[in-house]
Design a protein around this ligand. Structure first.
Ligand code: ADP
Length: 245
């Protein structure tokens, strides 16, 4: 059995008595690409918000590599190896692709670079490796402002990769992308999942089918179904929830 990297149990959060996530169990294995789907308001974003520490649960536990994330602050969770990407790309528009990647490299990983205040060889190698992964190796000196929306999404994923997280949480990574960019993003996520775990919220079902190892369907804060996409999509409860919208 593949070891578990994340075990969420009994997770609940109430906003003024309304349970946005309700007694949820959710598990992610090492190197798993796990997609969370469900209609609007199902609790998908709130789930990721709780894993990364942005929202504190009312009840339940979030265990990540033996740490209990619900007791930790957001920056501690990031340092522990959880990277979160929100829906809109957040890159530094005035900086180049290379600079955006460079500032994302944790300084403690680069003692020499810090001391001498210039890019150390290690950082440069890492920038180039990540830039190749995100299809921007020929755009390194370009200002982020000049990139397409899709390229900015990739750059933000690259900025997360510079921090070497073990678990990546991505909120609708292909929203607003062209068909070709979606295809390349699928390639990128599969590559990332060769070395780390990825949880993705996504609405584009074709994309989900092409990347997901496992799918969890949320509905009204609860788990409606879970498993391989071809099984989940034929589940009558899932069909009803989707057709009912
Ligand atoms: P999804 O990502 O599946 O569309 P969300 O997790 O964003 O769903 O939201 C789940 C439910 O929780 C929605 O009904 C939403 O209005 C509610 N909700 C989320 N965050 C808050 C909040 N901070 N305060 C009040 N209600 C919230």
């Amino acid at each position: 059995m593949t070891p578990m990297i994340l075990a969420v149990e009994g997770l609940t959060v109430s906003f003024d008595g309304f349970k946005a996530v309700d007694d949820l169990n959710f598990y992610v294995e090492e190197k798993e690409l796990h997609v969370v789907i469900g209609p609007n308001g199902a609790g998908k974003t709130t789930l990721l918000d709780m894993i990364c520490g942005k929202t504190k649960p009312t009840a339940g536990t979030i265990e990540f590599k033996g740490l209990y994330l619900e007791k930790m602050l957001e920056y501690q969770i990031t340092r522990a190896g959880v990277g979160r990407k929100f829906q809109n790309p957040m890159v530094y528009e005035d900086l180049t692709v290379s600079e955006n990647l460079e500032i994302s490299y944790p300084k403690k990983r680069d003692v020499i670079g810090c001391l001498f205040f210039h890019r150390s060889e290690t950082v440069l190698i890492e920038i180039e490796r990540v830039a190749r992964m995100i299809f921007l190796d020929d755009q390194l000196e370009r200002k982020a402002a000049l990139l397409s929306h899709g390229q900015k999404q990739w750059l933000e994923i690259g900025m997360l990769l510079m921090q070497a997280p073990e678990l990546l949480l991505l909120d609708e990574p292909v929203a607003g992308m062209s068909a070709r960019e979606r295809e390349l993003t699928g390639e990128l996520l599969r590559k990332i999942a060769e070395g780390r775990s990825v949880v993705v919220i996504e609405h584009d079902m074709e994309f989900v089918k092409s990347v997901a190892h496992k799918v969890t369907v949320l509905h009204q804060g609860k788990k409606l179904a879970e498993g391989k996409m071809d099984v989940v999509q034929n589940d009558p409860r899932v069909i009803e929830v989707y057709l009912g919208h």
